[in-house]
Design a protein around this ligand. Structure first.
Ligand code: ZN
Length: 349
């Protein structure tokens, strides 16, 4: 069941929920600033859904309200603290108290946890990460933007040991104070690597990924350190099994994103909001994808590609080449420019 604020009346929702509440296993709520959590909980009788397994909640959250989301049968919990502003969600930090954390770590059936944009004391974060470390049956762990309120960015960090997590399929870590990371990558299918503050942790994270034989999606976001970006670019060609590669918000400069011919499953490369990137990166990229025996799509959204005249020449080349088909060239609804093309099937024959 997916609930998104729109013009449908709450009465209709309530009638609908009451009819099917014994069958509801999954709820997705994106609250675009219309009501508060307590209203939503009472409207959808959220606390009385006996078989609810999956809850996705994206909203402006009041700290005290989070307890009501910690429903006992939950297997998958996503809580993203944000506000609806200018037609998009923007992160808004919410405090995670020891009491709330205590409720979270009691979710016995939990397999997937995604929490985004919370602040908590050092002790609370330690309890949370210890819980995740001890819960070896976790399939998905995504931790974004979790702040230690005692030490902020100078926090000494935590050891996140996922080396016994043999079921782990999806791991995402960004903007959290981790000082040491180990993981079992045997079933890993999706991975997000983000800024992790402590020197060497991102490299350690990346160094474990070439062994992930089931990895399909690799996404790298917000890397700041030049050496981390370098390590990431050296790691990508070693991810032989991936289908999707995305790089988001970082400065590539003159560095090249290369793929290797061994990446025989690669289907799509997305570059989002790359702050600066040389046009030669694109030339290197198309040289490799052109040799692959199947179609590969490349998308560049909101990227600053230099020099501009060379980028115009590159686009003209792509448009005129028989080897490529342009699938998008224009401004999206968000006002951001997207240029997207794929290798033509003709070139693969
Ligand atoms: Zn700390």
């Amino acid at each position: 069941m997916k609930i998104v604020n729109n013009k449908t009346t709450s009465v209709n929702y309530k009638i609908c929920v009451n009819k099917i509440k014994n069958n509801i296993k999954s709820i997705m709520i994106q609250n675009k600033g219309i009501c508060n959590l307590q209203e939503i909980i009472s409207l959808f009788t959220l606390s009385h859904l006996p078989h609810i397994e999956k809850l996705y909640y994206q909203s402006d959250i009041v700290e005290e309200e989070i307890m009501s989301l910690l429903l006992k049968p939950l297997k998958c919990l996503t809580v993203s603290s944000c506000k609806w502003e200018n037609h998009q969600f923007v992160g808004k930090r919410c405090r995670l108290s020891a009491e709330i954390n205590g409720g979270l770590v009691k979710l016995q059936h939990l397999e997937c946890l995604y929490i985004d944009c919370f602040t908590m004391t050092h002790e609370v974060m330690e309890t949370l990460l210890n819980f995740l470390t001890s819960k070896k049956s976790m399939k998905e762990i995504i931790l974004y933007s979790l702040n230690c309120s005692d030490h902020d960015t100078s926090c000494r960090g935590f050891n996140l040991d996922l080396s016994q997590h043999s079921q782990l399929r999806n791991l995402g870590l960004s903007y959290i104070p981790v000082s040491q990371l180990n993981m079992d990558v045997s079933l890993l299918e999706e991975c997000i690597v983000g800024e992790l503050y402590k020197p060497g942790v991102v490299s350690s994270y990346l160094s474990q990924l070439p062994a992930a034989n089931k990895l399909q999606t690799f996404r790298c976001v917000d890397l700041r350190s030049s050496s981390d970006i370098e390590t990431m670019l050296q790691t990508v060609p070693l991810l032989y099994h991936v289908k999707y590669v995305s790089l988001v918000r970082m400065n590539l400069g003159e560095r090249s994103l290369t793929l290797s011919p061994q990446m025989i499953n690669i289907e799509r490369v997305n570059l989002f909001y790359i702050i600066t990137m040389s046009c030669s990166v694109l030339h290197d990229l198309i040289t490799v994808i052109n040799k692959l025996p199947h179609t590969v799509t490349v998308g560049m959204e909101g990227c600053d590609i230099k020099p501009e005249t060379e980028f115009e020449n590159f686009k003209t080349f792509i448009k005129q080449s028989d080897n490529f088909v342009v699938t998008y060239d224009g401004t999206l609804k968000s006002g951001v420019y997207l240029f997207e093309f794929k290798t033509s099937t003709a070139s693969t024959e």
